[in-house]
Design a protein around this ligand. Structure first.
Ligand code: PLP
Length: 225
């Protein structure tokens, strides 16, 4: 896939919002800069992009200090528990929390650092797709446990549907995450406002199904190194 200019991407986001009857401010773009250079990050920052996503702690540790200092970093990849201190230091949001032990480790590291970390629970909606994520049945109990993790703020849910060449095939997975969110919101009292779903090839479908954060890499930066 080759990249589009940021203005073209913004226009497609706006069109998808219009189709869904949603205000364009309700969808936030996270530019996924994994395997892209600090210069590429700087160029998008100069075009007004403020939120960036990385998927590996080690790469982030090297890259983030070389990028403009006023950006907000989102961790979107699977995390090993021995990396939680780095994660808390480098990132404001973690989209990819996929186990209770990781939640507890992040809370501990955030407490040590005197910070509050915002997290999303990754949900494996389809039972295939991403091999990471909570199965839906586990989530209510996990949310209950989150109520006593004082250094975490549970912002919402994230999912990665199975890859299908046809973006429309992702629609039921996105719709399912939204429905689960509505159910869990009702049952637990957690607002779970943020739905992180949609990547370069399926973000328009995700917006139509309620995404508040879309994670776009290739369509913004071109192919990864
Ligand atoms: C790499 C990655 C993305 C971006 O993928 P593109 O197809 O390049 O837009 C989004 N989310 C996660 C979790 C990723 O690992």
């Amino acid at each position: 896939m080759s990249n589009l200019g940021i203005e073209q991407v913004r226009a497609r986001i706006a069109q998808a919002c219009a189709r869904a009857g949603r205000p364009v401010e309700s969808v936030k773009l996270v530019a996924v800069s994994k395997r892209q250079s600090p210069d590429a990050v700087r160029a998008l920052a100069e075009a007004g992009v403020e939120l960036f996503g990385e998927s590996r702690a080690q790469e982030a540790r090297q890259k983030i200090p070389l990028c403009p200092g006023d950006l907000t970093w989102h961790m979107i990849g699977h995390i090993q528990r021995n990396k939680v201190r780095d994660i808390v230091r480098l990132f404001s949001y973690v989209h990819s929390v996929d186990s209770l032990r990781l939640l507890e480790a992040l809370d501990g590291a955030a407490a040590e650092a005197g910070k509050t970390l915002s997290v999303l629970l990754e949900v494996n909606v389809s039972g295939e797709g991403s091999k990471f994520g909570f199965v839906p049945d586990e989530v209510p109990a996990v949310l209950e446990r989150c109520g006593s993790l004082m250094n975490l703020d549970v912002a919402g849910l994230m999912t990665i549907p199975p890859f299908t060449p046809e973006p429309a095939e992702a629609r039921p997975h996105f719709a399912r995450l939204r429905e689960l969110r509505d159910t869990w919101r009702e049952a637990t009292g957690f607002p779970l406002d943020e739905l992180s779903m949609g990547m370069s090839h399926d973000f328009e479908v995700a917006i139509e199904e309620g995404a508040t954060w879309i994670r776009l890499g290739t369509i913004l930066f071109g192919d990864r190194e």
